[in-house]
Design a protein around this ligand. Structure first.
Ligand code: NDP
Ligand code: 1BO
Length: 322
């Protein structure tokens, strides 16, 4: 259940409380593949849609554009302290001496003094210039303890307010929790009715880690078209909502924050109109029962080298837990 609410524009935006005591707005704008339109999308999201949460990453190549959008919103009177800005540490920077310079570079690109949340994008270290798929030697050993200490240092120095990870497995979670001095507040993972990933949602809940659901609409090119799924469509028509709103609401009713991406002004504003109504239990359950559970973002291109390893299959990436 969302635990707090605040007013933005003309509607209430729910928030979730994090283990740190901070809050995260239940819905944020995703910016992967937003390109140069990220600036305008962010501005519209904040100033016209009432969004207060933006998700980006160094790897998306849009941080400068996102920064311009955020700056425009602040110029228009939105307080920085009312915004929740997330970015992510890319795989090439997963060695202790690279963590802080990478964050400082991200802050500079975003024109911000601090991030609300800094996530480890994937728990695999890549060599500079790694190819896709990786060539032998591109996926490297990593000093997870050293990286943890550096991430924790960023909180102590008030450069970030919360830290977390993406793309977890139980094995990776147990390893990280054994090393962490400051608990990760958030785990960001692919979650939608086509890939519920109940096991990881439950494990995060058990450990007090908040989950943010990424690719909530089934992602983009090469993804799963949940917008036209017959169950989603039937429920949307019944409730007089759009398929996008049904998918976003399903995520929030599951207790996750959610970060749909759109560069379309109408869809940006549509996707956040998910407060003040509920999915009836039978419809929530019908969405939970959508068959053919499958990841879209499996990481094969990024990390798998079938012959040389160390990750020889998608199953290796996910620790054979799927
Ligand atoms: P989404 O599931 O958010 O889907 C985005 C796609 O849906 C776009 O093609 C968008 O097109 C379209 N769309 C948006 N709203 C609607 C609507 N109401 N009706 C119909 N179509 C719609 O995909 P993403 O994979 O981008 O995931 C969201 C965000 O999650 C990312 O942008 C990124 O910030 C984050 N993420 C994080 C990852 C990680 O490893 N931590 C991995 C993947 C994503 P259009 O723009 O034209 O509206
Ligand atoms: C390669 C980046 C995946 C989206 O976060």
């Amino acid at each position: 259940m969302a635990q707090a609410t605040f007013m933005a524009e003309d509607q209430k935006i729910e928030s979730f409380r994090l283990p740190s005591g901070h809050t995260i707005p239940a819905i944020g704008l995703g910016t992967w593949r937003s390109g140069s339109q990220a600036d305008n999308s962010v501005k519209i999201a904040i100033l016209e849609g009432g969004y207060r949460h933006i998700d980006t990453a160094w790897e998306y190549g849009v941080q400068e554009s996102v920064g311009h959008g955020v700056k425009a919103a602040i110029h228009a009177g939105v307080e920085r302290r009312d915004l929740f800005i997330t970015s992510k540490l890319w795989c090439t920077e997963l060695s202790p001496e690279r963590v802080r310079p990478a964050l400082l570079n991200t802050l500079q690109q975003l024109q911000l003094e601090y991030l609300d949340l800094y996530l480890i994008h994937w728990l695999f270290r890549l060599a500079d210039g790694a190819s896709r798929p990786p060539k032998p030697g591109d996926v490297q050993e990593m000093d997870m303890e050293g990286v943890c200490r550096e991430m924790e240092g960023l909180i102590k120095d008030k450069l970030v307010r919360d830290i977390g990870v993406c793309n977890f497995t139980l094995k990776k979670m147990n390893k990280l929790l054994g090393l962490a001095e400051t608990m990760p507040s958030i785990c960001q993972m692919e979650m939608h009715p086509g890939w519920r990933n109940d096991k990881m949602l439950e494990a995060c809940k058990q450990n007090g880690i908040h989950v943010t659901a990424y690719s909530p609409l089934g992602s983009q090119e090469g993804g799963r078209d949940l917008i036209h799924d017959e169950t989603v469509d039937r429920i949307a028509k019944k409730l007089n909502k759009t398929p996008g709103q049904v998918l976003v609401k399903w995520a929030i009713q599951r207790g996750t924050s959610v970060i749909p991406k759109s560069n379309n002004p109408d869809r940006i504003k549509e996707n956040i109109k998910v407060f003040g109504w509920e999915l009836p239990q039978e419809d929530f359950q019908a969405l939970c029962n959508i068959p053919d559970q499958k990841r879209v973002l499996h990481g094969e291109q990024l990390f798998v080298n079938k012959n040389a390893g160390p990750l020889r299959s998608v199953a290796d990436v996910w620790d054979h837990e799927d």
